[in-house]
Design a protein around this ligand. Structure first.
Ligand code: COD
Ligand code: ZN
Ligand code: ZN
Length: 383
């Protein structure tokens, strides 16, 4: 293993609201329980934009964004046993410690030290491997920071995935797929024949639709304000679609007067969270996947609680991500989860700010940023 820092090109967010700028940074070598990964490709997720817009709190910059991606291990610290150089991995952005209250309770995706370090913008030992050539420290995002040619991640953040799925597609599994399919399976536990309403069909919401189809849900009604997203939702198994407008509540009630068994909110807005609650049948469950900007409050009619409806959040698929990820990769490789179809743009690292702009304007579906086309199995496209 090289003991020296390496130069990498990486997309840096300098300050809230600033454009991402590609710079040359220094990346320190992995410590004993860390892994150096050559990034093949990364997905641009709305949470990257949330952080860049300041919705996830202040003081989180300068930072290298990127939290869903895949690559090949280049070096591993001496205590790392589960991967070796040459292994293909997808990133898991909650590198669970295995020892805290949440990990012991079987909720490793809520690992407390991992959450603390994510907020601090460091790796698990509280320090950063990223700096500018002039020595300015740069923060990590969610312990991943894969909008870069290489990254150093905690051992638990590099999950081996085998060779069956091209890495430009595997790049999407560690956030969008885990979050969406996991919300259906682990947080809502959708059963065969149940009715499902999915509000918001972006990169993550489309995976909720896939998860509902895999769970053999009955009616799957997809709601979005963008007709293009609704077409993608239909292709993934939505049985009906609804273009969101002022009267979405009434329209959904008309479709299913008794209410839905399940509703998922996958946008991150208080009004659509409330919509998910309002369209439920008695004892139904609203599963909130979207994150609203810090400070946003949600109000409900207290009387509704008499109908024993449940409102629950779901973070990162509510599961042991490292354990579930290989099976999700296998489902994608078998064509049961369509990843290629949710990708609207494949670009190089220099085009990343345009991808953030598209997300801001709600255009297109997922953008995949290719750092290494040989490893990723896909060239960036023009335009
Ligand atoms: N009514 C209907 N549809 C809407 C509305 C509205 N008022 N506003 C936006 N939409 C649609 C857009 O057209 C778009 O299709 C979709 O909502 C949002 O999709 P994207 O592609 O912009 O965003 P995603 O899918 O990448 O991510 C959205 C989340 C909110 C799910 C994401 O940011 C998030 O909160 N993830 C879950 C929390 C989490 O686990 N975070 C950690 C890493 S993601
Ligand atoms: Zn994400
Ligand atoms: Zn833990």
């Amino acid at each position: 293993m090289s003991a020296r820092a390496v130069e990498i090109r990486a997309a840096v967010l300098e300050d809230k609201g600033a454009p991402l700028r590609v710079e040359t940074l220094l990346l320190d070598p992995p410590r004993h329980d860390e892994v150096l990964v050559r990034v093949a490709a990364a997905g641009v997720c709305h949470s990257d934009l949330h952080l860049a817009q300041g919705h996830l709190g202040d003081g989180r910059w300068p930072v290298v964004l990127g939290h869903e991606g895949a690559g090949v291990v280049e070096a591993a610290g001496e205590s790392v046993t589960h991967v070796r150089p040459g292994d293909r991995v997808a990133f898991c952005f909650v590198p669970s410690c295995g020892e805290c209250r949440m990990c012991v309770a079987g909720r490793p995706h809520l690992c407390e030290p991992a959450a603390d370090r994510s907020l601090a913008g460091t790796l698990m030992d509280g320090t950063s491997r990223l700096r500018r050539p002039d020595g300015t420290p740069i923060k990590h995002f969610l312990t991943v920071s894969c909008f870069a040619e290489r990254c150093v991640v905690p051992a638990a953040g590099a999950v081996p995935i085998g060779d069956d799925l091209p890495l430009w597609q595997a790049a999407l599994v560690g956030c969008g797929v885990v979050t969406g399919v996991g919300a259906v399976r682990n947080a809502a536990r959708v059963a065969e024949g149940e009715s499902v309403c999915v509000i918001g069909c972006g990169g993550v919401g489309l995976q909720v639709v896939s998860g509902a189809r895999l769970a053999r849900a009955g009616r799957i009604v997809a709601v979005d304000r963008d007709p293009a997203k609704l077409a993608l939702a239909r292709a993934r198994g939505a049985t009906e679609v609804l273009e969101a407008g002022r009267d979405a509540r009434a329209a959904l009630r008309e479709r299913l007067p008794g209410g839905f068994d399940h509703a998922f909110e996958v946008i991150g807005r208080a009004d659509t969270m409330r919509l998910a609650w309002d369209v439920l049948r008695p004892a139904g469950q609203a599963t909130i996947v979207g994150i609203a900007p810090a400070g946003v409050e949600l109000s409900l009619r207290a009387l509704d609680l008499l109908s024993e409806k449940t409102l629950r959040g779901s973070y990162y698929g509510s599961a042991d991500v490292a354990a579930e990820l290989p099976a999700l990769v296998a489902l994608a490789a078998a064509g049961e989860i369509d990843l290629a179809g949710v990708v609207s743009h494949v670009v190089g690292l220099d085009e990343i700010e345009e991808a953030m702009g598209r997300l801001r304007r709600g255009e297109g579906a997922r953008t995949v940023v290719v750092m290494d086309s040989d490893l990723a199995g896909r060239e960036p496209q023009d335009g």
